[in-house]
Design a protein around this ligand. Structure first.
Ligand code: PGA
Ligand code: ZN
Length: 434
């Protein structure tokens, strides 16, 4: 058995120019693994804690304390441990932290070690990461989906909300080339639509400047106009909306909710939960929208229930992000209440790989779909691509087909697709059928 010899963290930069944690785990065999931790902007209230230094440097966003926790307490606790026993490693860090939200050591410290250890174990076994993750998933009781399903991507080509400085209330307008035959084909269609959108916006004299996830961030006259532009771009690229390409949205309404109402600032109106549900119902009737994420606030369980009932007949995928925060407990509550039918999976919301795999397993067992996701602040780390394939999640959300922090994940999936060759499966639009 190879054992952990050293764990070294350092502060690096994320895609927004903010500090984040990277971790290198070295084994006594000479094998090793490296990981970098992502960071959100529209962070859910119930996420595990991202430890930031505060103070003047880096606008308070330094992570030297989290780095210190890795190099000190965590490294001391895990030296000599078996990197292949992911659950034991993760549990040791959870115990060492001792808080319900990883608030003492920082979820950013713990996650960096958790992911880097998994990569070291994969390297030690000379196994591609997605196969190692598939083995961990099945050891944790996960359903065996064969580690050969390439995920259908939600590509965020138009950014608003907390991810852009424009006049669009909703955070993400995504194209999903669900009609494609394979992952590489799907990526090509998405990139063609992305370029067509740029031409369309330019033609109308609108800004083609970018948002945090690589999509465009034009000032538009309404939130609905964003959907019109998406449809126009799909057609301009030569595809049929609703057939070749469907739409997914993440309005991130927890960011819009205050005093029991949803404030659509740029439409100058405030909606009750029931009006918000009607709003989504109308949009789903008018546009080929296959998926809506966080259509209600993270604490508006009644609104969520209403939305789920209203859109059930449409078969719309209703994804809980801020609602579930990749947290097995919150997900179980949602399943019991019959709220949503899908979970967004973000490794840093919960802070360990083991708990992430738990959340995915619970979702699959309850027939909820799973969407593995990046954060708006990203790095060159591509773990989520392997996680999507390893667990057979079926879907991934990792931004526009633009900018290296986003394309790194798509490029990793292209690599996996070519490694799998004829064994690769691509579910296309069937991922939305439940
Ligand atoms: P975040 O946004 O990474 O800024 O939280 C992504 C999302 O809401 O899905
Ligand atoms: Zn979201």
């Amino acid at each position: 058995m190879a054992a952990i010899d050293s764990i070294r963290a350092q502060q690096i930069l994320d895609s927004r120019g903010n500090p984040t944690v990277s971790v290198a785990v070295a084994l006594d065999s000479g094998a090793g693994g490296w990981a970098a931790v992502p960071s959100g902007a529209s962070t859910g209230e119930f996420e595990a804690l991202e430890l930031r230094d505060g103070g003047e440097d880096w606008g308070g966003k330094g992570v030297t304390a989290a780095v210190g926790n890795v190099n000190g307490a965590i490294a001391d606790a895990l030296r000599g441990a078996d990197p292949a026993d992911q659950e034991a490693l993760d549990q040791a860090m959870i115990d060492l932290d001792g808080t319900p939200n990883k608030g003492r050591l920082g979820a950013n410290a713990i996650l960096g070690v958790s992911l880097a250890a998994a990569k070291a174990a994969a390297a030690q076994a000379a196994s591609p990461l997605y196969l190692h993750l598939a083995a961990l998933y099945s050891a944790a009781g996960g359903d065996d989906r064969g580690a050969r399903i390439l995920p259908v991507p939600m590509m965020n080509v138009l950014n608003g909300g907390a991810h852009a400085d424009n006049s669009v209330d909703f955070q993400e307008f995504m194209v999903v080339p669900a009609g494609a035959e394979s992952f590489p084909d799907c990526l090509r269609v998405g990139a063609e639509v992305f370029h067509a959108l740029k031409r369309t916006l330019k033609h109308k004299g609108l800004s083609t400047a970018g948002g945090d996830e690589g999509g465009f961030a034009p000032d538009l006259e309404s939130n609905r106009a964003a959907l019109d532009y998406l449809i126009a771009a799909v057609e301009e690229a030569g595809y049929a909306p609703g057939v070749d390409v469907v739409i997914a949205m993440d309005p991130a309404t927890s960011e819009l909710f205050s005093d029991d109402s949803y404030e659509l600032e740029h439409e100058q109106r405030a909606l009750s939960s029931s009006e918000m549900a009607d709003y989504w119902h109308e949009l789903v009737d008018r546009f080929p929208i296959a998926s809506i994420e966080d259509g209600m606030d993270e604490e508006d369980w009644d609104g969520w229930k209403l939305l789920t009932e209203k859109l059930a007949a449409h078969g719309t995928q209703l994804v809980g992000d801020d609602l579930f925060v990749t947290n097995p407990e919150r997900l179980r509550r949602g399943i019991e209440l019959g709220v949503g039918n899908s979970i967004l999976v973000k490794v840093n919301q919960i802070g360990t790989l083991s708990e992430t795999l738990d959340a995915i397993r619970i979702a699959h067992d309850a027939d909820y779909t799973t969407v593995i996701s990046h954060r708006s602040g990203e790095t060159e780390d591509t773990t989520i691509a392997d996680l999507a394939v390893g667990t057979g999640a079926g879907q991934i959300k990792t931004g526009a087909p633009s900018r290296s922090d986003r394309t790194a994940k798509y490029n990793r999936l292209l690599q996996i697709a070519s490694e799998l060759g004829d064994d690769a499966e691509f579910p296309g639009g069937s991922v939305f059928e439940r």
